[in-house]
Design a protein around this ligand. Structure first.
Ligand code: 26V
Length: 798
């Protein structure tokens, strides 16, 4: 959109005046932020209305991305950038004596997600708007996002993330006219109606009101605005007598109170099922209503609507759509089923079978009695159909939805949809060959890969403005609109001046992070050190502990030989552990205690520093990632479905130190073997161990003195204040046979780290590697990923 600085200044002054009854200079950063958001809303509202009008006028097919998590982080700067008015606004504010950074920091992260899955959903929203495809999000309006992490005495403490604060969500709009009701609990029996049709009769159902709040998703440079619809729950006035006490009301409000913070185990809690159903049912109901406005037959809804199931959380969708089509709109089962399958598609985000949701049939039936009946019907028909085709009974049993009194949600998503995709090449291969192999044999045509992506604009233009300017200087500004132009950097990677420029940009980003580290932890770190970063959720399979084992080795090496010739290293961690994940919390405690140990030991001469930054979130990632020299992507091969921070590090010039897992493999394919450091077992070697049962960690420990010394450090009193956590870790590694093969990969990891040390000494060589990483990172733009979803899975037009 067009905007002059003068007009902006007028609008902004008016907004501050109107909202706060004060003149601009008196506004606090929060007040300035709220007013600025109001001004921006005024700018985009006509565009938003126009977009909605156009989509319904053109009767375009729309994809709805159903996700229990969306993790956009802050929206202010992206909204401005995407509207094309970021510089104008910054200049206008500067003229008024307002620091844009302060205003920007007044916005609370919208953290309605745990990690990669939620961040990916938010990235897709941005990219859908940017590519112009009609793709809307559907999720929940949690009052509390992912917990705020504090570290106290080295331990993780969780605090509620009340992100609404006193100002609420400045971007959202409540849409009363799209309110729908959602039914839970009660009894359902079947009865013939006047026409002789068998219909469900609900008794004592709880009826809740689903209220949508829409958050605009602004496309980059195209004035195109899509919708992220987040549902809130309310008690319908007409039923308020059913909720006489505060406790009764709270139980309802709980449905949208908090995001489940657990991405480490599947729990099977009733409230979670209610959350999943609530957003799915509400979403599908409004979708049907808006489709019907086009006066088209419901049995063809797939022609205008796609519903995407992001992981299994909304996987009740095929059954709920069947319920709506058959019960509420009177479609024949077969016609309803045909259109349902064509409407639905599903993404799997993990091969870890313990993460695939399975609901106890009793619990499910109690909460959703009618949906339960429908799932049984789907399952019965599925089994009968396959049996008739002569499919062997074992395959049928492996793939059916209901078995052993459990409902297998992934199976429902696969059977009830036409597409199943993994999120990186290796991950999709593993789904086909292993996790979902039986399904692949039955329905090979459903399977496809969509390698994840990232919103390049957030990770370059917003998080790394100095890097962006350096790129502009080198290849012009075309890359800002067409990321593929980054490839032009490939030809310039031998130019020492350019390399020096990029080196300096990295140093500046490191200095910024160093200042933050000093301010928040008191630790002094030198920008001459290698900034070696591992930031992601804390999980055994991601192997933060392997990183720690190497740190302990370096510690002993330096204790043995204080003059050891090594490039100083700062190991930086950021990680939240699920509140109930004991082991993960022990790893956090140990990182912090080892940090205390090494940071205070003067004999190490500052060569080794360890920093744990608390409350890792999107905004902190924007500070940390551009400052990294080394990107730690060291999951056990086969376990990390894709990873997406690996792509962000690459794009901002870190060198990846990685196992051949997830998207690391595709990063390697892009940069070539010389510009990445790969180590450890590959997926086949890991699987061979599984097949042969030949791994014995105690054997490795006892036969390798270095490993023994490192592991013993956890239990011999070297690390203060962590006896019980140390024991827990020792036992995981030795007594419980080291489930994620840390000891097996240890030596290869140490060698790879030595290689990093050697490479970094040659400043020019390192800078060249760094630049080539940036140059070839365009492959991971989520604009391209979403284009593949739109074309291959959803058949959309932009
Ligand atoms: C993970 C696990 C792992 C341990 C066992 C239980 C359990 C339960 C849930 C989850 C989270 C699974 C969904 C998820 O967040 N997957 C992540 O999705 C990202 C986006 O596709 C991808 O980049 C990450 O590799 C993947 O872990």
């Amino acid at each position: 959109m067009q905007l002059t600085k003068e007009k902006f200044i007028r609008d902004f002054k008016d907004a501050v005046h109107e909202a706060q009854l004060i003149k601009v200079p008196a506004a606090t950063p929060t007040e300035a932020f709220v007013s600025l958001a109001k001004v921006i809303r005024k700018y985009y509202t006509p565009l938003w209305l126009e977009r909605n009008r156009k989509i319904s006028e053109d009767q375009k097919k729309v994809a709805y991305y159903f996700s229990i998590e969306f993790l956009p982080g802050r929206m202010l700067e992206t909204n401005l950038l995407n509207l094309g008015i970021l510089d104008t606004v910054k200049e206008g504010l500067a003229d008024l004596g307002i620091d844009f950074e302060e205003v920007k920091n007044a916005e609370h992260d919208m953290a309605l997600g745990n990690g990669g899955l939620g961040r990916l959903a938010a990235a897709f929203m941005d990219s859908l708007a940017t590519t112009g495809y009609p793709g809307f999000g559907n999720g929940l309006r949690y009052k509390y996002g992912l917990f705020k992490q504090r570290i106290v005495d080295g331990y993780q403490v969780e605090l509620p993330d009340s992100w609404f604060g006193s100002i609420g969500n400045v971007w959202e709009t409540r849409k009363d006219h799209d309110i729908v009701d959602v039914k839970l609990f009660g009894n359902v029996y079947l009865q013939a109606n006047e026409e002789g049709r068998i219909m469900p009769v609900y008794e004592n159902a709880q009826i809740l009101r689903a209220v949508p709040y829409d958050v605009p998703q602004i496309g980059f440079g195209n004035d195109n605005i899509n919708n992220l619809r987040l549902w809130d729950v309310e008690i319908p006035e007409e039923y308020e007598l059913n909720y006489p006490t505060v406790a009764d009301r709270r139980r309802v409000q709980d449905i949208t109170a908090t995001l489940y913070p657990d991405d480490s185990s599947y729990e099977g809690k009733e409230l979670r099922l209610i959350q999943e159903y609530f957003m799915t049912s509400a979403g599908l109901q409004t979708i049907i209503q808006s489709y019907l406005k086009q006066n088209r037959p419901l049995e063809n809804i797939h022609e205008k609507v796609s519903v995407h199931i992001n992981d299994t959380h909304p996987a009740v969708a095929p059954a709920e759509l069947m319920r709506l089509l058959v019960d509420d709109y009177g479609l024949e089962w077969d016609k309803a089923w045909q259109t349902t399958v064509k409407t639905m598609s599903y993404t799997n985000h993990t091969i870890l079978s313990e993460a695939l949701e399975k609901w106890d049939a009793e619990l499910f039936k109690n909460v959703l009695p009618r949906v339960y009946q429908i799932i049984l019907e789907i399952d019965n028909r599925y089994v009968a159909e396959l049996a008739q085709k002569g499919v062997n009974p074992e395959t049928i049993e492996n793939t059916r939805i209901v078995k052993n009194d459990q409902i297998h949600m992934a199976n429902l998503a696969i059977i009830g949809g036409h597409s199943v995709n993994g999120v990186a090449k290796l991950h999709t291969e593993l789904l086909k060959d292993d996790t979902l192999h039986d399904f692949f044999v039955l329905f090979p045509e459903k399977f496809n890969n969509k390698t994840n992506g990232i919103v390049q604009r957030r990770w370059t233009q917003i998080a790394a403005p100095e890097l962006s300017e350096a790129i502009d200087k080198t290849i012009g500004t075309g890359w800002r609109t067409d990321i593929h132009e980054l490839r032009k950097l490939n030809e310039l990677a031998d130019n020492p001046e350019i390399l020096a420029d990029f080196y300096q940009v990295k140093q500046d980003a490191k200095a910024k992070l160093a200042a933050y580290i000093k301010e928040t932890t008191g630790i002094d770190v030198s920008t001459d050190a290698i900034f070696d970063v591992q930031v992601k959720r804390l999980h055994a399979y991601k192997r933060q502990l392997l990183n720690l084992l190497h740190i302990i080795k370096l510690y002993w090496d330096l204790k043995d030989n204080p003059d050891l010739d090594m490039v100083p290293r700062v190991f930086i961690f950021g990680a939240k552990a699920a509140p109930g994940y004991h082991f993960a919390k022990s790893v956090i405690k140990l990182i912090n205690e080892i940090a205390n140990l090494v940071n205070q030991d003067a004999s190490l001469q500052g060569k080794l520093k360890v920093v744990f930054l608390e409350n890792y979130n999107v905004s902190l990632a924007e500070l940390i990632i551009p400052a990294a020299n080394v990107s730690e992507q060291i999951s056990l091969a086969s376990k990390e479905a894709s990873g997406t921070s690996n792509m962000k590090f690459m794009m901002t010039g870190a060198v990846t130190l990685a196992t051949l897992d997830g998207a690391n493999i595709e990063i390697k394919d892009e940069v070539g073997d010389d510009n990445i450091v790969i180590f450890g077992m590959d997926k086949d070697e890991v699987y061979q161990h599984y097949a042969n049962h030949d791994y014995y960690s105690r054997g490795v420990y006892e036969s390798n003195p270095t490993i023994k010394r490192v592991v013993d450090t956890f239990v011999n009193g070297t690390i203060p204040n962590s006896a019980s956590e140390g024991t827990e870790i020792y036992e995981a590694l030795i007594t419980h046979n080291d489930e994620y093969f840390l000891l097996e990969d240890f030596e290869a990891y140490v060698a790879a780290q030595a290689q990093i040390d050697a490479l970094y000494r040659d400043k020019e060589k390192w800078s060249r590697m760094s630049l080539l990483n940036i140059a070839n990172s365009d492959k991971f733009t989520s604009d391209d990923t979403i284009t593949q979803y739109a074309q291959d899975i959803w058949q959309l037009e932009n």
